[in-house]
Design a protein around this ligand. Structure first.
Ligand code: PGA
Length: 243
């Protein structure tokens, strides 16, 4: 499998012009890189515009940062997996810790995963422990419980299109990334539970450390801050493609 590199733009940039510029700069930087799968997840409202700029088969692909669990109806402000699929979007991030911090529960995440799978979107489920949980040696327990709740009542064969992103909360947006050797311990633990699903790492990934995560066995990366700088992001992808 090619390493999967997912850019999470979060609530950036502030203008459509900025979004187009960033997308097109990444796109042209990737022209000769073949052995990675790159997915850009911009805010919802930029998706149709960026889809339009994608006039050829070249990377990157597009993903959403979230979705709702119902297909349609009276749900003000929500976007359904089916709408995303119908628009031509391939991927969706679900359960990011920034959403969990705003009140998203495992139960909601479980419903979103189910809905995304039935809409045939490729889902990236984010899980991760807090600094306090790591300090108290609860990392494995927390991750196991998150996985159990987020994926409950989902038959194994339905999970073909699921990747899991290990994102230690304390490493997100802090510059304090989880050392690849430490992250590898978690990778091995998660692999025992979910043998068939690709496992990605996220949390202060940059062009300098990206390759090390792939080298220890992660099948991809979820990149926040470093994906907002086209030059840095393309450099990161180039470094990964050398592994
Ligand atoms: P970061 O964000 O790369 O800025 O740490 C990662 C994420 O939130 O997915």
């Amino acid at each position: 499998m090619k390493p999967l590199i997912v850019a999470n733009w979060k609530m950036n940039p502030s203008t459509l012009k900025g979004a187009r510029l960033l997308f097109n700069s990444v796109k042209s930087g990737l022209k000769n890189i073949k052995n990675t799968e790159v997915v850009i997840c911009p805010p919802f409202l930029y998706l149709p515009f960026l889809l339009k700029t994608k006039t050829d088969n070249l990377k990157p692909k597009l993903g959403a940062q979230d979705c709702f669990w119902e297909e349609k109806g009276a749900y003000t402000g929500e976007v359904s997996p089916k709408m995303l699929k119908n628009l031509g979007i391939e991927y969706v991030i679900i359960g990011h810790s920034e959403r969990r911090a705003l009140g998203e529960t495992d139960e909601m995440i479980n419903k979103k995963i189910k809905a995304a799978i039935s809409a045939k979107l490729k889902s990236i489920l984010c899980i991760g422990e807090t600094a306090a949980e790591r300090k108290n040696s609860k990392t494995f327990k927390v991750l196991k419980e998150q996985l159990k709740r987020d994926l409950s009542h989902l038959p194994t064969q339905s999970l073909n299109n699921l990747s899991i992103a290990y994102e230690p909360i304390w490493a997100i947006g802090t510059g304090n990334f989880c050392e690849p050797a430490k992250a590898k311990e978690v990778l091995f633990f998660l692999r025992k539970i979910r043998k068939a699903n690709p496992i990605l790492y996220g949390g202060s990934v940059n062009s300098q450390n990206a390759r090390d995560y792939i080298k220890v066995g992660f099948q991809g990366l979820l990149v926040g801050g470093a994906s907002l700088d086209a030059e840095e992001f393309v450099k990161l992808i180039k470094n990964v493609s050398k592994t």
